[in-house]
Design a protein around this ligand. Sequence first.
Ligand SMILES: [Zn+2]
Length: 210
Amino acid sequence: MENRHKIGLRPRPAIGLGGVARDAAAPQPAPAASPASRPSVMQAPVLVLNATFEPINVTAVRRALVLMLKGVAQAEETNHSEVHSTSKAIQVPSVIRLLSYRHIPQQSRALSRKNILLRDRNTCQFCGEALPASELTLDHVMPRSRGGRSSWENLVASCYTCNNRKGDRTPEEAGLKLRRRPRPFTLHTSRQLMRLIGHRDEKWRKYLFY
Ligand SMILES: [Zn+2]
């Protein structure tokens, strides 16, 4: 419970469960959910829909339950497990929907290493190899030494080999080719990530237009 300040949980009649919710601002790779272990149930991903049923985010079960208990959201789909508070049992949500419409700004993702790697799916944008985050760096497509900015359009995930090979050159000069033109992390990008995260959960599909 020591992490409750991170997710804005105020002390209140608690649902009496351990587990740590991560910041739900960005889609996270789904942790393996094992019904036998409560902390991982609480961290399992939940799809968040706007009041209009439009998918807008992925959060953790723990955060979703808080939104439900506050009356901000309701469960649209549940999975088979239940969590127990002192007074009642609640079905663990798989998909929740906000009860009032929330305007989502066009550019809602912060420019950060984590979000660049998410956008690029932990894949080197030059050689195409998917790697753990620790084996990736951020490459300035137009090198900083030549005026390249730190922006969504000029930063890509790169393995160290490609990054070294490129050095202070443009991809063309180094004989490298970008797999995709880097773009800002939009809701469209988020939705692709939601699909990736949610591919194990059949209940997400109708909301993500599979
Ligand atoms: Zn590479």
